[in-house]
Design a protein around this ligand. Structure first.
Ligand SMILES: C[S@@+](CC[C@H](N)C(=O)[O-])C[C@H]1O[C@@H](n2cnc3c(N)ncnc32)[C@H](O)[C@@H]1O
Length: 211
């Protein structure tokens, strides 16, 4: 592999993509359905942590538009800059979620849509445990991933060299349960990003409750 093909960090990948990511992926009906499900169970004026908040659309925009206080955290400065402009009603911070001090039990919900795929399996488990710690008892987790049994697979994502790690559907669901959650719904579907020559990719959305 030449130096130019070395997999990039999540920050470098999403700094390069910016709003191109939103244009390709924000049209997911399953993502919007997951947000609708979350809105049904959130208390009024809830506190929501959005891990890997990207451009802020659709997640932070939908939740803050419904009156919730959203803190979005993203490791990409470009994504945080875009999200801050697109969703002025939410707060965004640029940080690796594993390094940001957060109040334990301080949130009613955590969203984590497609934010884990560039982490090792151990790191994904660690971030799910982090989500459980920052949620109040009975708090809600909305999490989505691409459910494939792959570990450290090199590839290209929207022209960016990446290394991807994930789990199959049952294994990811078990990981969420092991982190301290009861999974309440699981929706799997295929999604075609709005990209030239795009192929359908699997997506899985879980809604879970902290035990
Ligand atoms: C695939 S994008 C999804 C963005 C958004 N959640 C959505 O579904 O539209 C993943 C986002 O997670 C962010 N991310 C990846 N690892 C992170 C980490 N350790 N801490 C904070 N953000 C992270 C990336 O920078 C990127 O913006």
């Amino acid at each position: 592999m030449s130096a130019r093909q070395q997999p990039r960090t999540a920050a470098a990948v999403f700094d390069a993509l910016g709003t191109d990511y939103e244009e390709a992926f924000a049209g997911s009906a399953a993502h919007r359905a997951s947000l609708e499900q979350l809105l049904e169970v959130l208390p009024p004026h809830g506190r929501v942590l959005d891990i890997g908040s990207g451009t802020g659309r659709p997640t932070a925009l939908t939740l803050s538009g419904a009156g919730h206080a959203v803190l979005g955290v993203d490791v990409s400065p470009v994504m945080v800059d875009i999200a801050s402009r697109q969703v002025p009603g939410a707060e965004f911070r640029c940080a690796d979620i594993r390094e940001l001090p957060l109040e334990e039990g301080g949130f009613d919900a955590v969203c984590m849509y497609f934010a884990l795929l560039q982490m090792s399996r151990e790191e994904q488990a660690e971030v799910l445990h982090l989500a459980a710690r920052v949620l109040r008892s009975g708090g809600h987790l909305a999490v989505a991933t691409v459910p494939l049994d792959v570990e450290g697979v090199s590839g290209t994502f929207m022209g960016q060299p990446v290394e991807v790690t994930s789990f199959g559907e049952n294994e990811f669901t078990a990981l969420v349960e092991k982190a301290g959650f009861t999974v309440q719904s699981r929706e799997s579907s295929m999604f075609v990003p709005a990209l030239p020559a795009a192929v359908p990719e699997p997506q899985m959305f879980l809604l879970a409750r902290r035990r």
